[in-house]
Design a protein around this ligand. Sequence first.
Ligand code: FES
Ligand code: FES
Length: 210
Amino acid sequence: MPTPLPPPPGNAETDSDSWSRRTFLAASAVGSAVAVAGPSLLSAEPTAAAAEPVADAHGSRVTFAVNGERRTVTVDNRTSLLDLVREHFGLTGTKKGCDAGACGACTVLVDGHRVNGCLTLAVRLDGAEVITIEGLSRDELHPLQQAFIDQDAFQCGFCTPGQIMSGVGCIRERHTGSASEIREWMSGNICRCGCYVKIVKAVQQAAKGR
Ligand code: FES
Ligand code: FES
């Protein structure tokens, strides 16, 4: 029988319930997998210092900037950057598609480089600068956002934030010499609506105006 996972920190009542369930699940064939795949956010202290949680074996305290705003949080060590920005910071522009690194819907910039938020552990971000789709525009739309509108480069729009963040990275990396080069360097971003031709045109438009 696999060794049961220790209970997560939290209030005593929740721990008791959670621990009983975890113990039961651990005794079954799928118990360990279900326990590990559970909600990953531990805690954070966006406001009151008195309520500040303490980092322990399950959580770590990290400080980084999100869209120019400095944040200090204590997160479960398993928390992904995607879950942190969506579930804790309320930045839901970044989408969760596959949650497995296959679709690119969760693409954000970390220190100027595009990454999949679902594959990036939040605890590794100490000192980093994160830009999500919400932080891309200031007083006016980013040129690539405008280009997506001009080129009608989306239908349902679910993939669009990730496409735009990836496109920004693609332009910065200067992988825009041809349509085929753009397709190659944007190939990690899937569009189920099939807007690829117009997405490439949007990236070309923004790259020209850079
Ligand atoms: Fe991250 Fe699909 S949600 S790659
Ligand atoms: Fe619908 Fe891309 S616009 S998935």
